[in-house]
Design a binder for this molecule. Structure first.
Ligand SMILES: [Zn+2]
Length: 501
């Protein structure tokens, strides 16, 4: 059995290494590659994708998994080997359901569609992307068919990002959240708008960069095993437990942009850096689900990074870094500015309270598209309509409307957005559990000490990688299933105080 297990791990490691090598090509393309490299890079990347898919779907892996099944069944559910065989089987069975020819067609189309979107978006030209999006919808439906039977056509796509979730379960959670959230949004809308002019001054890039680096390091992102670079869209990418990189962007006219993006990505990266090293290159490396991953980034960005305690500690240093801009802005005014709530058009710029409304409407539109209830040509108007009803405003153009997110233009339609809101919900639930174990955490944050919180996250969440499913992890960590209560409670307390609700 040990020989077979060793062989299984060796084969899985090869597939993983090919994917990591491909990820490095992507990182380089996003950061430093000259434009002239694009064509060769696309070809090299497609080759590595194909080789990785071939390795991952090699029938030899299936035979090894069959042979190892009795061994896995003799182990406790939470034994490392049992989890490894269980997750490897899940991944293998998913991969072999999709023919290699389809994967080639899909990745080729996605690369082309992304290029067309990137070129058409500044010119606000939805007509250009429409035929590509129609083909993406067709590919998404065909992709789902490989996993039939299912209760809803979006289920296989949702399951891929947030294993164990279905359209019906996500819709039920979202309906419950909406019932609690909308009255809070309405109540805040009746109050005077917070003033965030202090964030909208000129803040030179070098000083912003230095401050963001310090904060990322001090909250616990390990630069011995990571680095920070600049890209138009911030992201986290990992090549090994010892090499997890983040990127950010800097807007000299908006102090919040780089700072909170950096903290957000550091939250993702600390998760990856905290996975047990022996899981590296196995299916147990990496995060449990899109939702759990996002819970870590949002916990650091919002619950910690937008808390009063965090700024009690950091604000004097921020004022010292930008004396002319912030000298006359009191801490309380700054705290209100970074927590300004206002209905807006762009998801990634949205505040904590309205953010989930952006996600929920995208989730509903994905279902309508996949069900055939909504045609791609009618999508821009459906988008505007939902923004009008849900947020009370609508974009004047498609650039800031249906063309704002890369997801549908570089990926499939379905399963792309629910993880963001599941992550918000989980950030509240996990943080409440951390506070129960360590009530001293908020006082420590106000002293610039983050070790207790990070240690708790490491011990309870990070180290396990994807050994446990999201629902298993939530049960282990919080003692119950997914619940919106802690998150809603957090929003009510914080924004109730801020807006006098
Ligand atoms: Zn994120």
């Amino acid at each position: 059995m040990q020989t077979k297990l060793t062989e299984l791990k060796a084969r899985l490691l090869e597939a993983s290494d090919l994917n990591r090598a491909n990820a490095l090509l992507f990182w380089d393309q996003s950061t430093y590659m000259p434009a002239g490299g694009a064509e060769a890079r696309a070809r090299q990347s497609a080759l590595l994708s194909r080789l990785a898919h071939e390795r991952a779907t090699d029938p030899a892996i299936g035979h090894l998994l069959d042979d190892l099944q009795p061994y896995a069944e003799g182990l406790p559910h939470d034994a490392d080997d049992a989890a490894l065989i269980r997750v490897a089987r899940r991944n293998y069975e998913r991969a072999i359901k999709v023919p290699a020819a389809f994967v080639g067609e899909m990745t080729g189309h996605q690369a082309e569609s992304y290029q067309v979107w990137a070129a058409a978006r500044p010119g606000n030209d939805f007509k250009k992307v429409q035929p590509y999006l129609e083909q993406t919808l067709d590919l998404s439906r065909r992709y789902a068919q490989y996993f039939a039977p299912y209760a809803h056509i979006a289920d296989p796509l949702i399951d891929e990002a947030d294993y164990g979730m279905k359209a019906s379960t996500v819709a039920a959670v979202f309906a419950e959240l909406r019932r609690e959230l909308v009255p809070i949004v309405r109540a805040i809308a009746l109050k005077p708008l917070a003033d965030d002019a202090c964030l909208r001054q000129h803040f030179p890039e070098a000083a912003q960069w230095a401050f963001g680096l310090d904060v990322a390091r001090e909250i616990g992102y390990d630069f011995e095993r990571g680095r920070l670079d600049k890209t138009p869209h911030p992201f986290t990418i990992d090549f090994a437990v010892g090499d997890v990189r983040i990127t950010t962007r800097v807007d000299e006219q908006n102090l919040g942009d780089a700072l909170f993006s950096t903290v957000h990505e550091a939250g993702h990266a600390m998760y990856e850096q905290g996975v047990r090293p022996e899981f590296e290159g196995t299916p147990l490396g990496g995060g449990a689900s899109a939702g759990v991953h996002e819970s870590q980034s949002r916990l650091w960005e919002n619950i910690v990074g937008r808390s009063r305690g965090f700024w009690q500690f950091y604000y004097p240093r921020l004022q010292a870094a930008f004396p002319t801009q912030l000298r006359d802005v009191p801490l309380e005014a700054f705290y209100r500015a970074v927590n300004k709530v206002q209905a807006s058009l762009i998801r990634t710029d949205a505040d904590e309270v309205t953010y989930n409304l952006h996600v929920m409407l995208r989730f509903d539109l994905e279902l309508a598209l996949l069900e055939g209830q909504l045609a791609v040509k009618d999508l821009p108007e459906a988008w505007r309509e939902r923004y009008r009803t849900d947020l009370g405003i609508a974009p004047a153009d498609d650039k800031d409307g249906v063309m704002q997110d890369v997801h549908w233009y570089g990926g499939l339609i379905g399963g792309q957005f629910q993880g963001y809101t599941l992550g918000n919900i989980l950030s509240g639930q996990f943080y409440a559990a951390a506070l129960q174990a360590h009530p001293e955490i908020p006082a420590e944050i106000a002293q610039g000490q983050f070790g207790t919180l990070l240690g708790w996250l490491r011990g309870n969440i990070h180290q396990h990688g994807s050994k446990f499913t999201a629902s298993e992890l939530i049960q282990r960590v919080t003692g119950g299933p997914l619940s919106i209560e802690p998150y809603i409670g957090y929003l009510r307390t914080k924004y109730g105080a801020l807006y006098g609700l």
